[in-house]
Each structure stands twice: as C-alpha cells, then as structure tokens.
Design a protein around this ligand. Structure first.
Ligand code: B12
Length: 454
C-alpha cells in the first residue's frame, strides 16, 4: 500500500516544515506502511502539479492537511483528484477539518475527514484498507449530518514520547530556508521542534482551548534532546525554533530543557516563535534560557487595556508583560510582542494605549494584527459566526466589522500608526540590524509593510 501526504500551496509569508504530516508519516512508517510527503508550499506546486505527481506515483490514498487558511485550495485539490477518474481515497485532516468535518466533506468530496490528532486514526484506517469501521474521530459523509454536535476527536497518544520523531528524512528540514517563522533568525538552517502539545488557557480569540481541551502533554526532555541532536548531526541544523504554544507552561520543563542543552553541549541558537506567557516567566527561567543559547522569545500581549484583557480571558496584566519584557532586555534576549487590534471593547483610545505601551517598553519587535474571528474560538461561538469561504483571503488583514465603538477603517489606520511609531525609531533599527541578513531582507520588509504576521 502506498500513501501520499500533502500540504497544499497557499500564499503565506512563513514557511516551516509540515510537522503534523511528518508525525503521521513516521507513524505510518512505524507500521510498515509506505508513504511519501509532498510539500506543495515549499516546492511551489499548484494543485495541477500535485495531480501530476499523484498520477505518476499512483498512491492508493492521499492525506491532505488543512488549516482554515488552506481550506479553499484543499477542497479544490480534493475535487480535482475525485473528478480525475483515479481510484484514490482522499482523507483530509488538520485544524479546519477538525472544526468543520461536515462542510469539509461536502465541499471536497473527500472520502474521510479525521478530527483531532491524526497519528493513530490514520494508521488504523490504512491498516483497515480505508474501510472505516467505527474508528474514533474518522468520518465520511454517511456518518455525519449538518450541525452534528457529537463529533469525537480521534484517539491521541497520551505519552508523546511514544510517537516517533517527525519523518525528517522525508521532510529534509535543511531545505526550509526561504521564509523562516518569526521575523528574525540567527543561523541557517533552522530546525522546528515542538516539545509539548496543547494549551491550558481559555483566551476567547484562540482556537486552542477547543482543539486541546485545555490540556497540555509534554515530551520528556531526553526525547526532545535526542531529536535536536538528530537535527544537528544528520541535517546540519544550527538553530532551533520551538513552536510550542508556550514553552514555559511548566517551570520544571523549561528549566530541564535549558540544563540539558548546556549539559549536552548543543551549540545552537534558539528561540520561541509562537510566544510564551509572560505570567510564566521569572528571572530564574529567563537567565537559564539565556545561558542555554536563547536569543529571542515572543510574548502574547494582545492589548494593554486591562478591561479588554479581562473580557478575552487573557488572565494576565500589563504589569506582567512589562516585567517579562524587562527581564528579556536585562538578559539581552530579543523580545517580540504580539498585539491584536479590534478585540471586544476596543476603541481608538485602547488601541492608542497599546501603541504607547509598545513604544515605551523595551520590546524589540511587535506585530499588530487585525482581529480574526478564528473558527474554533470561543469568540466564534459567542458571535454565532458562520464560516465563509470567501473571507479566507482577507484573514488577519480585513477587519470583520463587528465592533461597536470603532470602524474597520479606524483599526487599519491605528495599525499603520502602530507600525510607524514602533519601527521608525533608531533604537529599534540598531537592535534589529544584526539580524537583518542580506538574503531575506526584502522578505523582512515585505512582512513589516504587509502589516501582518502571516
Ligand atoms: C507552527 C504553526 C504555524 C506555522 C506553520 C503551520 C503549518 N501548517 O505547517 C506558520 C508559522 C507558518 C503558521 C501560520 C499560520 N497559522 Co499557525 N500555527 C502553528 C502552531 C503553533 C503549531 C502547528 C503545528 O505544527 N502543530 C504540531 C502538529 C503535530 O500538529 P498539527 O499541525 O495540528 O497536526 C496534527 C493534526 O492537526 C492532524 N493533522 C494535520 N494534518 C493532517 C492531515 C491528515 C491527512 C490527517 C489525517 C491529520 C492531520 O494530525 C497532526 C498530528 O497529530 C499552531 C498551534 C498549535 N498548537 O497547533 C498554529 C495554528 C495552526 N495556526 C493558526 C493560524 C490562524 C495561522 C495563520 C492563519 C496565522 C496568521 N496570522 O496568518 C497562518 C496561516 C498561514 C497559511 N497561510 O498557511 C491557527 C489555526 C486555526 C485554524 N482554524 O486554522 C492555530 C491552531 C493557532 C491558533 N491560535 O489557533 N502557523
């Protein structure tokens, strides 16, 4: 049996290896099921190009990964395959398929969607010759109705150490050079590693509370270090970006990681791209991170207005943000802040408050994203939002016009003002100068001036 795992090509300003597919691939390998990974994003493949590869390789099934941003292209690819006359099963998984399994099946003609983490269910389905006999989290159109509300997630691996590392030999991590995640990097090639899955927080604008049911599972530090060593020794990786939702959830986890990086004499620069929670950081942690080679972390700030923070259940205060930023500054770690403009209760004054906060702080980087109502988030449910395929392209750049006291135009104007006031300062220029490498300088500028962190 041969399976092809696919990531489609969409417009995005960041390119990192498809970790989810990598994990599914290595789980299939572990069970002796032949498979390959096609990364249409890295290789600039159109859906027609991908169909050519399918015709050539003749897999029995293809698994396609789907975040909301990828939905239209994924549905299109699935339809192309299904209409091509080839006898190929199509299985769609990933965040979007998990949230909207019924509509995904309808729009794509796919045979199955898998909700939740795919490693176990995909293997089971493949071993069952793509006959779904009640595998948890696996659905075909026959199993679902519109608005089905008893969707179950696939069985996941409780002990993450039992999962084989992502199939790095197929992904070739050293080939992901063009558009690194995060605005800065120190050394190429970069390896992307996830040491935990899930998030315990309840922020209303984020999909993770739903996706992870507010639970975190951690890999052991030995397991993480073994993967980093492999990335260094076999693929020449020189820098690691951790993409956990929050590497510092558990003090013991991050402290042991820092100790182990030093004890194993791993000569890597590293950073935390997805963001850390300021509330979890203290001086002991930040100084240990610095000693272990961390040069950058980002924190999710969202807003400097206490009322907004309370409404979105951020459970952090501006004072905690300032403390974390100052600690980073003290230890010479480049700290980035993620802000969102347009959260409930936002006014021109509250956006100005966030701008003033950013400018007065020792942040070296800041992104000011326009609020997107993410499928799967509490805000999505509260607003009774409906998924509109035509809105995907404007995600994170087009205000959603749900606000009471401001207009979408106000938000865009304030976002532009924020970028101007934050970045057009010599202090920031000199702090970032050493990170602006020749190769991606245009890409760096493009990201800044496109206004979004995509
Ligand atoms: C790394 C990351 C990125 C990377 C790359 C993502 C990628 N697809 O490779 C970058 C930085 C590029 C990125 C960009 C964006 N991201 Co992002 N990202 C993440 C992050 C932090 C980790 C993803 C990851 O690698 N997880 C680890 C792997 C193991 O999990 P996984 O990918 O989900 O895969 C598992 C399952 O989903 C499933 N699965 C996945 N694919 C398939 C395929 C098949 C066939 C099957 C059966 C199963 C399956 O099984 C996998 C293994 O268990 C998540 C948050 C999170 N905790 O997941 C957000 C997250 C996925 N991103 C999110 C968003 C919103 C974005 C952006 C739109 C943000 C922006 N400002 O523009 C862009 C979209 C870019 C684009 N146009 O494609 C949202 C998605 C919400 C949604 N409804 O889609 C998330 C969930 C964060 C959040 N706060 O809610 N992101």
């Amino acid at each position: 049996m041969k399976i092809m795992l696919i990531r489609v090509h969409v417009h995005t300003l960041q390119l990192i290896p498809p970790l989810g597919l990598g994990y599914i691939s290595s789980s299939l390998d572990k069970h002796g099921i032949e498979n390959q990974i096609i990364d249409g994003l890295r290789d600039n493949l159109t859906n027609e190009n991908i169909l050519e590869v399918i015709k050539k390789e003749k897999p029995e099934a293809v698994g396609i990964s789907c975040m909301t941003a990828e939905y239209n292209v994924v549905a299109d690819l699935s339809n192309i395959i299904k209409n091509s006359g080839l006898k190929v099963k199509v299985i769609i998984g990933g965040v979007h398929a998990t949230i909207f399994p019924y509509q995904t099946l309808v729009d794509s003609q796919a045979d199955f969607v898998i909700c939740g983490e795919g490693e176990k269910a995909f293997v089971q389905l493949a071993m069952n010759n793509f006959d779904n006999e009640g595998i948890k989290g696996v659905y075909s159109l026959a199993d679902l109705k519109e608005n089905s509300d008893n969707i179950q997630f696939a069985e996941y691996e409780e002990n993450l150490d039992n999962l084989p590392f992502p199939a790095w030999e197929k992904i070739r991590p050293e080939t992901y050079r063009q558009r690194p995640a995060g605005l800065i990097y120190k050394k190429m090639p970069i390896g992307y590693v996830m040491t935990s899955r899930g998030c315990v927080c309840a922020c209303t604008f984020c999909a993770n509370p739903f996706l992870s049911n507010k639970r975190v599972r951690f890999r052991s530090i030995e397991n993480v270090i073994a993967e980093i060593k492999l990335l260094i020794e076999k693929y020449g990786i020189k820098e690691i970006k951790f993409i956990d939702d929050n590497l510092a959830f558990k003090k013991e986890h991050i402290m042991s990681l820092c100790r182990a990086i030093i004890d194993n004499n791993l000569k890597i620069a590293w950073g935390c791209t997805s963001g850390l929670r300021a509330a979890n950081l203290d001086e002991e942690i930040v100084s240990a991170m610095k000693k272990a080679g961390c040069y950058n972390f980002n924190i999710g700030i969202e807003s400097a207005d206490k009322n907004i923070l309370a409404v979105v259940k951020k459970q952090e205060t501006p004072e905690q943000f300032t403390r974390a930023i100052n600690l980073a500054h003290k230890y010479n770690i480049v700290c980035g802040g993620f802000f969102i403009f347009g959260l409930p209760g936002e006014t021109k004054e509250t956006m100005q408050k966030s701008i003033d906060f950013a400018v007065k702080s020792e942040l070296a980087l800041a992104t000011f994203n326009v609020l997107d109502i993410l499928p799967g988030s509490q805000m999505w449910k509260d607003l009774n939002y409906k998924f509109n395929r035509n809105e995907i392209e404007n995600s994170y750049s087009q205000p959603r016009e749900i606000y009471e006291n401001i207009t979408g135009k106000d938000i865009i104007e304030m976002q532009r003002k924020a970028l101007r006031m934050f970045y057009f300062r010599p202090k920031i220029f000199f702090r970032l100068l050493k990170f602006i490498k020749k190769e991606p300088v245009f890409y760096f500028l493009e990201r800044l001036f496109k206004r979004v962190e995509t």
